[in-house]
Ligand binder design. Structure first.
Ligand SMILES: *[C@@H]1O[C@H](CO)[C@@H](O)[C@H](O)[C@H]1NC(C)=O
Length: 223
């Protein structure tokens, strides 16, 4: 019976789901609740990650945590509340994007790009691009890759700390193995029709929910 249930859970996790119009809710600060996103990709030289988030957290928290066995912050987007900046970690090095005016209790659209060859990284928030920054030039992300939402990995798939957890909502998470163009980023930000991620695709998402986190409809305005 237990085996059957486990088998069913495994099958469920393996079927991609279209989460259009939905969001993940992390209603509690815990060191357990998280969503693990599945990709078969093992190596990345160019990266774009886009997502939408909503929170009222007054401390630092992760928005996207990608770890490999050797590097826990192989690609991490982390809100550094103390310094009012967004940090992008690539290959365990990081750059910061300051003065982004990240308001609480508001849906934000965020895209971050990085290209190995140039080492150039950029972060877009609500339609506005940041300065370009240089990080981990010439390096590449080498798997096996574990992607976690809701927690910050201090080890491959674990090492969660409650003070570095995310609470709030996340939606429209996409990841590409190339740097998408500024026009495509604008299209994403305006929630229009864009080419979905080819590494992580919200419209065909393979994932597992662990602990108190759930999927709900994203509220639309009434008119
Ligand atoms: C990464 O992007 C560069 C252009 O910025 C391109 O020349 C290169 O082929 C890409 N590498 C991979 C592995 O996609």
């Amino acid at each position: 019976m237990v085996l059957l249930l486990l088998a069913m859970l495994t099958v469920c996790a393996a079927i991609p789901q279209d989460l259009y119009g939905k969001m993940f809710i992390f209603p509690q600060e815990t060191n357990t609740a998280h969503v693990r996103l599945t990709t078969s990709r093992q190596e990345l030289r160019n990266v774009t990650v886009c997502l939408r988030s909503f929170t009222d957290l007054h401390r630092g928290y992760p928005l996207f945590s990608l770890a490999t066995p050797s590097l826990d912050n192989d690609f991490l987007i982390y809100k550094d509340d103390a310094h009012d900046q967004m940090n992008l970690h690539v290959r365990n090095q990081y750059v910061y994007f300051a003065g982004q005016n990240y308001k609480l209790n508001t849906w934000h659209s965020l895209c971050s790009t990085w290209a190995s060859a140039s080492g150039l990284a950029q972060l877009w928030l609500d339609g506005k691009p940041s300065s370009w920054k240089l990080v981990s030039r010439g390096s590449s992300i080498n798997g096996p890759i574990i992607i976690v939402l809701g927690q910050e990995q201090d080890s491959h798939g674990g090492g969660f700390v409650i003070t570095e957890s995310f609470a709030g909502m996340l939606s429209d998470v996409h990841m590409w193995d190339y740097t998408i163009s500024p026009c495509e980023i604008q299209t994403y930000m305006e929630d229009l029709s864009f080419t979905p991620g080819n590494v992580i695709n919200w419209r065909a998402l393979e994932f597992q929910i662990i602990g108190p986190a759930l999927i709900e409809d994203k509220q639309k305005s009434c008119y």
